[in-house]
Ligand binder design. Structure first.
Ligand code: SF4
Ligand code: SF4
Length: 223
C-alpha cells in the first residue's frame, strides 16, 4: 500500500487560510489502512480545524466526504456535488489522489492534507516499513523476495557491505540488514546457490529517474 502521514493541524490551518468554504476529502483505500486519511482521520482533522478557526473568530464552512479511491476518476465523480459548493479542497489521499482531484476540478485550489511517504507494509501495530521503490524492473526472484534496491541502505546487489552489526544495518541500526534477510530467506527456500551469480549493474532506465513514467497496455485498449 501507499503509506502517508498526516500534516499538522497548524499546517492544515495555514493551507486553507483565506478560504471560507472548504471540502476535506478522505480516501477509503491505502491511507485509510495506514490511519492517515480515511473517514476517521478526516473527521478528527475537521473537528480540530473548526475549533482553531472558531478560536480565531473566523468563519469556516467545512464539508467532509470520503470516497472509495481518490486515484480513480470513477470514484472522484462522487465528490463533484460537494466540490462545486466550496472554494478549496483539501485531499487526504496520497499525492496521486491530490493530483487526480486537481485534474478533475481544474478551477479549484486543491491542497495536500498528507505527506505521502512510500510503498510499504504494516510491520507491527502502527509501524509501516518501505518495501518497494517501484524501480520498474523487479529483481525479487533473485533475492528470495527481499528487495535490496529498497531495503539495503547502499542498494547493494552482490552481497552485504560487511558493516552490519548483529544482523542490523550499519547505516541505521533500527533496520535489519537486508542482506541478512536475503541470506536467511534463500537458505529457507533452499536457493542459496542464487548467491553465486554475479548480478550485473542494474538497468535504471525503467525507473523514475528520467521523469514520470507511463504504462500503456495495447492489448487492453479499444480502438
Ligand atoms: S526490485 Fe524494484 S520493483 Fe521489485 S520490489 Fe525492489 S524496487 Fe520494487
Ligand atoms: S549493513 Fe546490510 S542493509 Fe545496511 S548497507 Fe550494509 S549490506 Fe546494506
Amino acid at each position: 500500500m501507499i503509506v502517508a502521514s498526516p500534516k499538522s493541524i497548524t499546517e492544515l490551518k495555514n493551507l486553507i487560510a483565506g478560504h471560507k468554504k472548504v471540502l476535506f476529502a478522505g480516501c477509503g483505500t491505502c491511507v485509510t489502512v495506514c490511519l492517515a486519511g480515511g473517514e476517521r482521520e478526516v473527521g478528527i482533522a475537521s473537528y480540530a480545524i473548526r475549533m482553531a478557526r472558531r478560536l480565531e473568530g473566523e468563519s469556516l464552512e467545512l464539508t467532509q466526504a470520503t470516497i472509495e479511491r481518490q486515484c480513480e476518476n470513477e470514484f472522484i465523480k462522487d465528490l463533484a456535488e460537494a466540490a462545486v459548493k466550496v472554494d478549496a479542497i483539501v485531499s487526504f489521499g496520497c499525492g496521486v489522489g491530490v493530483q487526480a482531484i486537481a485534474e478533475r476540478f481544474p478551477d479549484k485550489p486543491v491542497y495536500a492534507g498528507l505527506n505521502t511517504q512510500f510503498m510499504g507494509t504494516l510491520e507491527e501495530q502502527a509501524v509501516w516499513t518501505e518495501k518497494c521503490l517501484g524501480c520498474g524492473d523487479c529483481m525479487l526472484a533473485q533475492f528470495g523476495g527481499v528487495c535490496p534496491v529498497t531495503r539495503c541502505a547502499k542498494r547493494l546487489l552482490n552481497g552485504p557491505c560487511g558493516g552490519s552489526s548483529e544482523t542490523h544495518c550499519e547505516v541505521d541500526p533500527d533496520r535489519p540488514c537486508a542482506w541478512q534477510l536475503i541470506y536467511a530467506r534463500l537458505k529457507n527456500i533452499d536457493q542459496l546457490d542464487r548467491l553465486d551469480a554475479i548480478v550485473p549493474p542494474k538497468d535504471w532506465s525503467a525507473s523514475w529517474h528520467a521523469g514520470a513514467r507511463k504504462v500503456v497496455r495495447k492489448e487492453h485498449r479499444v480502438g
